[in-house]
Design a protein around this ligand. Structure first.
Ligand code: SAM
Length: 246
């Protein structure tokens, strides 16, 4: 996969892309990431933005450098980072991980001139808040996408069982010591019974989802066994509530 990032501040990405799965993926040749500096596509480095027509605060990125940089980036799938875009999620990350070439444009100031929005295939927001620039959203998108590439992590199965894959949150995790400040690791995890462990983990993942993000369960693909587990979870939760009341 190739990723091209168009930004006024390529230096912001130093470090972030040199650790973890992104570093591994780059070293293994699974991904190459290059940068286009938006200033190089303006008449002068200071000619990237201008005052908005009609007045008002802030500056707007001019259409010419946007168009020129997008044309230079080539034929890839073009993403504009904007708080007005489609909300980024795991499903989108999975879809983007299938592309050969992603081109991510990082806005700044008030954003880009409306007349060049049509150059993009997708507008992406990383959440309902406003950041100063598209660089952090681009980092978020690249991280979420690259860790899905086979070989970027030591175990792709770990990635595929993370929260939101299949719209189910991941189950709680435990590591050594077995007892921490009087709190025990659930005994089934120490039992060595793989069937029971798998059932327990699925049940806990469903429980996390039901308690924290019940909306996801409407989208999740559930098996017959999952419905049984959900009934068990509800019964247990109701019993716990009764016991607390008594
Ligand atoms: N005036 C814009 C608005 O109200 O929609 C906000 C511009 S923001 C200060 C500057 C740039 O940061 C945007 O062009 C975009 O590239 C990026 N940005 C800020 N928040 C973002 C978000 N939640 N998701 C994606 N990109 C964002």
């Amino acid at each position: 996969m190739k990723i091209t990032i168009i930004t006024l501040f390529p230096e912001l990405f130093k470090g972030v892309f040199d650790f973890g799965p992104i570093r591994i993926a780059k070293n293994k040749g699974l991904v190459s990431i290059d940068f286009l500096d938006l200033k190089d596509f303006a008449k002068t480095p200071k000619d990237v933005d201008d005052y908005p027509y009609g007045g008002g605060p802030g500056m707007v990125i001019k259409p010419e450098p946007v168009k020129k940089s997008i044309l230079r980036a080539g034929k890839g799938y073009k993403i504009l980072t904007t708080p007005k875009g489609k909300k980024f999620n795991q499903k989108m990350a999975n879809a983007l991980a299938q592309k050969d070439h992603l081109i991510i444009f990082c806005g700044r100031y008030k954003g880009i001139d409306e007349r060049v929005r049509e150059l993009f295939d997708l507008e992406v927001s990383i959440g309902d808040y406003v950041l100063s620039g598209g660089e952090i959203p681009a980092m978020v998108i690249v991280d979420a996408v690259v860790r899905l590439l086979e070989g970027a992590t030591s175990d792709i199965n770990s990635v595929l069982t993370d929260s939101f894959q299949g719209f189910i949150l991941s189950e709680p995790q435990y590591t050594r010591p077995g007892v921490f400040e009087g709190k025990h690791v659930p005994s089934v995890l120490l039992s060595g019974n793989h069937k029971e462990i798998a059932r327990y983990k699925r049940k806990m993942a469903l429980k996390e989802t039901l308690l924290r993000r019940p909306d996801l369960l409407l989208k999740a693909e559930l098996m017959e066994e999952d419905y049984k587990l959900l009934i068990e979870i509800l019964k247990e939760a109701r019993n716990e509530q009764h016991n607390e009341r008594d």
